[in-house]
Design a protein around this ligand. Structure first.
Ligand code: FAD
Length: 381
């Protein structure tokens, strides 16, 4: 990314360069261990917190750095460039998904008690919206909170909670009204160790270093002061926060595409076949050139959506387009690049094989491609 970009200031470019070095020094060498241990150690959250990486876009008063949004854009792309789905998933859910609700809807006490320690790396955040029977259909959630006096009792199940095992708190979507649908959903910040909360790990195809849990709420008592925003206003916050979630998903995918194309380019430049390198074959050069041009287009779309978002504009459709384009492309790039590695790409320890496993999730989580198309169609047609 050059300083001549209309989106990135010289300061953002310098921040990107620093972030890349930081991630290469402190994260990249440890990723294989974390993958086999199925965990990200707590010290890394603290390290990120100390370097301000968990709150780039949050107010200084809550420990954040209040930097222009394109610093976050650079950070998310660089996270993606590590080529590890689990790590980027864990960090981005923490900073650009779960804590978003505290920032948008929380009061000063809630922000001081949860957002600030999360930004400092002293607490890990999770977001519990999806349920075993309701993922894309957010308005169909059943987990419910019954009001008694100034307290609520939560009962129900959540599925696929990223950071679910290590989280200190979970921003949790529950039904608080009588009716079905979107008008009776509220958000609570729930202490993850509260009595009645049971967290069970789930094994996954990829994303191995990220812990994912099923969570049971068995009569978990929370105070009215754990409610984020007004009662029954949760769906509106979710729709608002989804814009950022989708921009983040697009940028993470683009970072990963860069990583994948670079892996493929390096391998193709070394591997000899029939007296030439693979990169010497025109069919391979053209395939990579084609993927690079698609990447450049998807990137500009993502930057445009990010810019609209940074200007405070409603950008539902553009965010959905950005997520759709970048994530579908990431899956295609992973498949095409693995092909270039031949059998070597199919080995479990090959970095490209991890990309292939991890990437498969990106067109599903955070709003599937089908849902993105539905949003675009509803808005544009
Ligand atoms: C590793 C991992 C981490 C995750 N992390 C989190 C997290 O931290 N917090 C959280 O709340 N959730 C999380 N999720 C859940 C994720 O967001 C959901 O899996 C996703 O939203 C899809 O929901 P679903 O799995 O219930 O699929 P479903 O909604 O059941 O969809 C199944 C299929 O039907 C399609 N479909 C659904 N509706 C339509 C439609 N109207 N038109 C056409 N096709 C449709 C979908 O696109 C999909 O292909 C995670 C999931 C995974 C696997």
């Amino acid at each position: 990314m050059s300083a001549s970009s209309i989106y990135f200031s010289p300061d953002a470019d310098a921040f990107r360069a620093w972030t890349r070095r930081f991630l290469q020094e402190h994260v990249a060498p440890r990723l294989n261990d974390w993958e086999s241990q199925r965990r990200i150690p707590r010290d890394i959250w603290k390290l990120f917190g100390e370097h301000g990486l968990l709150g780039l876009h949050y107010p200084v008063v809550y420990g954040g750095r209040d930097l222009p949004f394109f610093h976050s854009v650079a950070y998310l792309e660089e996270l993606g460039r590590l080529g590890n789905g689990g790590f980027r998933g864990a960090m981005s859910v923490h900073s650009y998904m779960a804590t978003t609700y505290l920032h948008l809807a929380g009061d000063h006490r809630q922000k001081s008690e949860y957002l600030k320690p999360a930004v400092q790396g002293d607490m890990i955040a999770a977001l519990a919206i999806t349920e075993p029977q309701a993922g894309s259909d957010v308005a169909g959630i059943r987990c419910a909170a019954r009001a008694t006096g100034d307290r609520y009792t939560i009962r129900g199940s959540k599925a696929f909670v990223t950071n679910g095992l290590t989280a200190d708190f979970m921003v949790t979507a529950v039904r608080t009204g009588d009716g079905d649908g979107s008008r009776s959903i509220s958000l609570f910040v729930v202490d993850a160790r509260a009595p009645g909360v049971t967290r069970t790990p789930v094994e996954k195809l990829g994303w191995h270093c990220s812990d994912t849990a099923s969570v049971e709420f068995d009569d978990v008592v929370v105070g009215e002061d754990q409610l984020l925003g007004r009662r029954n206003s949760g769906f509106l916050w979710i729709m608002k926060a989804f814009q950022l979630e989708r921009i983040a998903a697009a940028l993470l995918a683009l970072g990963e595409i860069d990583y994948t194309l670079e892996l493929a380019r390096r391998y193709a430049d070394e591997r000899q076949v029939f007296g030439t390198t693979i990169l010497g074959l025109q069919v391979v050069r053209h395939r990579l050139a084609e993927l690079m041009s698609h990447t450049a287009a998807a990137r500009q779309l993502a930057y445009h959506a990010a810019w609209l978002y940074s200007q405070g504009q409603q950008a539902m459709s553009q965010c959905a387009m950005a997520k759709l384009r970048a994530t579908e492309l990431a899956v295609e790039v992973a498949g095409q690049c693995l092909q270039l590695f031949g059998g070597h790409g199919y080995l479990a320890e090959a970095p490209i094989s991890r990309v292939f496993r991890d990437t498969r999730l990106v067109t599903i989580a955070g709003g599937s491609s089908e849902i993105m198309r539905e949003i675009i169609a509803e808005s544009e047609l």
